[in-house]
Design a binder for this molecule. Structure first.
Ligand code: MCN
Ligand code: CUN
Length: 783
C-alpha cells in the first residue's frame, strides 16, 4: 500500500527527470517568441574609470541593430540606478564612472544574437583610468581611493554589524587558561551553474502587460520589485507576470537582480517587442555576484582540559562596488552568528565590517544559507587549532564539548534557538563507519616512515528555513511561504507552491508530502511552481527554505483538505464525524475497517454528492510562517594522503553523516549531499577568484578557475541519523546546503592534520599543491 502511494520516506524516482534526461527541459533560452529581438551587453575593460564619451554611431549603422542603450538614455526614465536587495543601490548602466571590470556599460538590441554582439564590438568608449582599490583592508584605511563617490559618506565603509557581549567576552578571554587565535581568509568564489542567467521580456503595448521569463529563484519577489521600481512607467503588479521556467542550477547566484534583466525589460517596454538576453559563460563568471570573500580573525578561549568557553571574531567583508548581497534585511552579515556551531559557548562576540572595492558585487549566499559556510569553516577550523594547542584528539575534543542532546531546544549565546540535535551520535556513527581508531594507528605508523596522511573532522550545525517572518524579510517582504492544493473530482491533484526548484526535485518531493497526507498516489499529483499568475505568493527557493517553509505549508494545506474530506466521508458512510478515523490512508468508521472511503471517493463526492449546506469542491491554501528555523547538522570525516613530490592532496575516503530530520525522499537527499560535497571540495582545494592590483580578474575562465570534475571528485560515502524538527509539521529540516557548509573544514582539517607534526596550524583554502609543496620544501621533507 505505502509503496504505491509513494509518501514520505520513499525513494520515488524524480518526475522531472523524464524531461531533463531526454533534453526536453524548458529553459529561458528555449523560449522563442514571434518577432523577438536579442540583446548583448558592452562591458568595461577597466576596474575604475571615468567615462568621457560613448560613441554608438558605428554600432547603430550595422544592419540589424535596432537600438543601443546607454546610461544617459535611462536617466529620463529614472532607471539608471536600481535598488539592491541589501538597501544599497546599483548602477544599471553608468552615466559617468565604471566601478569594476566587466561592469555593464551599454546594451545593444538587434534582430539576431550575433548582430547584437557585433554591435557591442562597434561601441567606442573613451575611458580615463582612475586609481583602483581591490583589497578591502586597504580600502578601509584613511586616504584610500573612494569607490562610491555617489554616497554622502566619503569612505569605503558600508556598515558595521555586531552581536554578543563584547565586555563579557573580553573578560572571559582575559581570564582564560588557553587562548588560540587564527586568521583565515575565505576567498572569493563563483557559482558556476550549468545554465547562465537569462531573460525573455515581452511587453504587450495594447494590454499593458509585461511577461517575463527569467532565471530567478524568487519569481514573486521579482514581480513586486518590478512593480515598485517601474511603477512610474505604468507597470502595475497585476499586469506583470514572472515565469521562472526550468532552471539549470541556481545555488544562490540567481537570487540577485542583474542589470541585464532590467535592460531587457526596459528594451521590451520601449520597443513593444519581446527581447531576449542570455548571458555568456565569460560574462557569468566575470560580472555576476560573487560569494564569500571574508577576512576573518577568530579567537577561542578554553580551559586547559579543552572545555570551550568563549569565541571572539572580527571580520572584514568584501562586497565589491555595490552591496548586492542577498541577505535578509536585518542581517547584513547573513546568519554568520551561527558561528558558535555545535558548542555551548558561554560568551561570544562577533563583529563584521562591510567594505567597498573595485570588484563586482559580492556576498551572495553560494549554497550556504547566508554566510553559514564561512561560520562553519571558521569554528570547525578553530576547534582543530585548539586540539593541536592542548594536544588532544580532535574527535575527543568535540565529543567533550558538544551541546548535549538533552539541552535542546538550545538557546545559543548569540541568540539562535536550535530546534533539535544529537551531535555525539552523528560523530560516533561517522567514526565507526570510517574506522577512526584504526586510521589513527595507521597514521602514527606512516608518520614514522615519513609518509603524510591526515584525518579531518567537521561537526557542523546548519541553520536553514528563513522565516520566521518576524525576523526575516527581503526589502520589507516577509519571509513566509505558501501552498495551494486542489483535488479534482477524479482524485487527481494539482499542487502549486511559492518556491521554485532549480534542480532540487520539488515536483517529486512536494508531491510526496501531499501523497502521504491524502493517501493519493504520488503519480496522481502534479506540482507546479514558478509562474506568478498561478502560484500563491512565496519568497522563493534559497537558504534551503523550501522544505522547512513551503513544505510546512504543503502539509498544512493537505491537512485542511483532510479535515473537510472527513466530513464528506462521514456523510457518505452515514456516520458521525467523531466516529471517523484516518487510518491506512483511508477514512474508516472506528472499529469497523470494512466501512471505509478512500480520498478519491471523497473527492468525487465533493463535486457530485457533498452534504447539504457544505461548500462544494476540495481545495485549500496555506501561508505558513514557521515558528523557528531548522538546524540540520552533520559530522564529516575526511582522510587524505599527500604526495611528497608534488604536494598533491588525495582524498582517500570521505564519510558524511547528515541529519536533516524526517527525510521525504532518501534518494533525492543523497543526491543533494553528493552535489553539496563536491561544491565543498571545490573551494577547499581548487576554486578561487583573485584580482591583480589594477582590478583585472585572474580567474575569469574555466582555464583558470578550477571546477572539480569527476576525476577530482572522490567516492562520497554517506550515512544518516534522524533527529526530527519538533516544530515542523512533518519534522523535516532543510538539507540542500549542508554538505557545502560542512565539507571544506573536514578537508582543510585533514590536510593540516597530515602536516601538523611539521608545525603547520593552518593553510588558507584553496589548498593547492603549490602551497603544500612549499611547506614540504621549507621543512625539508619534499621528495
Ligand atoms: N528533502 C527531503 N527531505 C528533507 C529535506 C529535503 O526529501 N528532510 C528534499 C526536498 O524536498 C527537496 C530537496 O531535498 O527536493 C532540497 O530541499 P531543501 O533542503 O528544502 O532545499 P531547497 O529545495 O530549498 O533548495 C535550495 C538549496 C539551496 S539554497 C541551494 S544553494 C542549492 C540546493 O538547494 N541549489 C541547488 N541544491 C541544489 N540542487 C540542484 N540540483 N540545483 C541547485 O541550484
Ligand atoms: Cu545559500 S544559496 Mo541557496 O540559498 O540558493
Amino acid at each position: 500500500m505505502a509503496v504505491e502511494i509513494g509518501g514520505i520516506g520513499h525513494s520515488v524516482k524524480r518526475k522531472e527527470d523524464a524531461r531533463f534526461i531526454r533534453g526536453k527541459g524548458k529553459y529561458v533560452d528555449d523560449v522563442k517568441l514571434p518577432g523577438m529581438l536579442y540583446m548583448d551587453i558592452a562591458r568595461s575593460p577597466l576596474a575604475h574609470a571615468r567615462i568621457k564619451n560613448i560613441d554608438t554611431s558605428k554600432a547603430l549603422k550595422i544592419p540589424g541593430v535596432v537600438a543601443v542603450i546607454t546610461g544617459k538614455d535611462l536617466v529620463p526614465l529614472n532607471l539608471h540606478w536600481m535598488p539592491t536587495l541589501m538597501s544599497d543601490k546599483q548602477m544599471v548602466l553608468p552615466t559617468d564612472t565604471v566601478l569594476y571590470q566587466a561592469q555593464e556599460v551599454a546594451a545593444v538590441v538587434a534582430t539576431e544574437r550575433y548582430i547584437a554582439a557585433d554591435g557591442v564590438d562597434a561601441i567606442e568608449v573613451d575611458y580615463e583610468p582612475l586609481p583602483v582599490v581591490v583589497d578591502p583592508i586597504k580600502a578601509l584605511q584613511p586616504g584610500a581611493t573612494i569607490v562610491r563617490e555617489d554616497r554622502e559618506q566619503k569612505d569605503n565603509h558600508i556598515w558595521h554589524w555586531e552581536v554578543g557581549d563584547r565586555a563579557g567576552t573580553d573578560k572571559a578571554f582575559a581570564d582564560a587558561e588557553v587562548v588560540v587565535k587564527q586568521d583565515l581568509y575565505i576567498p572569493r568564489i563563483h557559482v558556476s551553474s550549468i545554465e547562465t542567467c537569462g531573460i525573455v521580456a515581452s511587453f504587450d503595448k495594447i494590454e499593458g502587460k509585461l511577461t517575463v521569463y527569467m532565471t530567478t529563484q524568487a519569481p514573486h519577489a521579482i514581480r513586486t520589485v518590478i512593480a515598485l521600481v517601474a511603477g512610474h512607467l505604468g507597470l502595475a503588479e497585476h499586469k506583470i507576470r514572472v515565469i521562472s521556467p526550468d532552471i539549470g542550477g541556481g545555488f544562490g547566484g540567481k537570487v540577485p537582480v542583474y542589470p541585464g534583466y532590467v535592460l531587457a525589460i526596459g528594451a521590451s517596454v520601449l520597443t513593444g517587442v519581446p527581447v531576449k538576453w542570455i548571458e555568456d559563460r565569460a560574462e557569468n563568471i566575470q560580472a555576476d555576484s560573487f560569494a564569500r570573500d571574508y577576512h576573518i580573525s577568530a579567537e577561542l578561549a578554553a580551559k586547559k582540559d579543552g572545555t570551550m568557553q568563549a569565541l571572539r571574531v572580527k571580520t572584514i567583508a568584501d562586497h565589491g562596488a555595490f552591496d548586492a548581497a542577498a541577505n535578509p534585511s536585518k542581517y547584513p552579515a547573513g546568519l554568520f552568528h551561527i558561528i558558535t556551531g555545535s558548542y555551548p559557548f558561554q560568551k561570544s562576540f562577533v563583529e563584521v565590517d562591510g567594505a567597498y572595492t573595485n570588484k563586482p558585487p559580492g556576498g551572495i549566499a553560494y549554497r550556504c544559507s547566508f554566510r553559514v559556510t564561512e561560520a562553519a569553516f571558521t569554528i570547525e577550523r578553530l576547534v582543530d587549532v585548539l586540539a593541536l594547542e592542548i594536544k588532544k584528539d580532535p574527535a575527543e575534543l568535540r565529543m567533550q564539548n558538544f551541546i548535549p542532546p538533552t539541552a535542546f531546544p538550545y538557546k545559543s549565546v548569540l541568540g539562535w534557538e536550535y530546534d533539535s540535535g544529537d551531535y555525539g551520535r552523528a560523530l560516533k556513527l561517522a567514526m565507526d563507519t570510517i574506522g577512526y581508531a584504526e586510521l589513527r594507528k595507521e597514521q602514527a605508523e606512516k608518520r614514522k616512515r615519513g609518509e603524510l596522511m591526515g584525518i579531518g573532522i567537521s561537526s557542523f550545525t546548519e541553520i536553514v528555513g528563513a522565516g520566521p517572518s518576524k525576523d526575516f524579510d527581503i526589502l520589507g517582504i516577509k519571509m513566509f511561504d505558501s501552498a495551494e492544493i486542489r483535488v479534482h473530482p477524479t482524485g487527481k491533484v494539482m499542487v502549486r507552491i511559492g518556491v521554485k526548484s532549480q534542480g532540487q526535485g520539488h515536483e517529486t518531493t512536494f508531491g510526496q508530502i501531499v501523497a502521504e497526507e491524502l493517501g493519493i498516489p504520488v503519480a496522481d499529483i502534479a506540482v507546479e511552481e514558478g509562474d506568478t499568475d498561478t502560484a500563491p505568493y512565496g519568497l522563493g527557493t534559497y537558504a534551503s527554505r523550501s522544505t522547512p517553509v513551503a513544505g510546512g505549508a504543503t502539509a498544512i494545506a493537505a491537512r485542511k483538505i483532510r479535515e473537510k474530506a472527513k466530513l464528506i466521508a462521514a456523510h457518505l458512510l452515514e456516520a458521525n464525524p467523531d466516529d471517523i478515523e484516518w487510518k491506512d490512508y483511508k477514512f474508516q468508521v472506528k472499529g469497523v475497517p470494512a466501512k471505509s472511503k478512500t480520498m478519491q471517493e471523497v473527492a468525487f463526492a465533493a463535486y457530485t454528492n457533498h452534504p447539504q449546506g457544505m461548500e462544494a469542491g476540495l481545495e485549500a491554501v496555506d501561508y505558513y510562517d514557521p515558528p523557528n528555523l531548522t538546524f540540520p547538522f552533520g559530522s564529516y570525516i575526511c582522510v587524505v594522503d599527500i604526495d611528497r613530490g608534488t604536494g598533491e592532496v588525495k582524498i582517500r575516503r570521505f564519510v558524511a553523516v547528515d541529519d536533516c530530520g524526517t527525510i521525504i525522499n532518501p534518494m533525492i537527499v543523497e543526491g543533494q549531499i553528493h552535489g553539496g560535497l563536491t561544491m565543498g571540495l571545490a573551494p577547499a582545494l581548487y576554486e578561487q577568484i583573485t584580482y591583480d592590483e589594477q582590478g583585472n580578474i585572474q580567474g575569469g575562465t574555466f582555464m583558470d578557475y578550477l571546477l572539480p570534475t569527476a576525476m577530482e571528485t572522490p567516492n562520497w560515502e554517506t550515512a544518516k541519523t534522524t533527529t526530527p524538527s519538533p516544530h515542523h509539521p512533518i519534522g523535516a529540516k532543510g538539507v540542500g546546503e549542508s554538505a557545502t557548509v560542512g565539507a571544506p573544514a573536514a578537508i582543510a582539517n585533514a590536510v593540516v592534520d597530515a602536516l601538523a607534526h611539521l608545525g603547520v596550524r593552518h593553510i588558507d583554502i584553496p589548498i593547492t599543491p603549490w602551497k603544500v609543496q612549499k611547506i614540504l620544501k621549507d621543512n625539508g621533507v619534499a621528495e
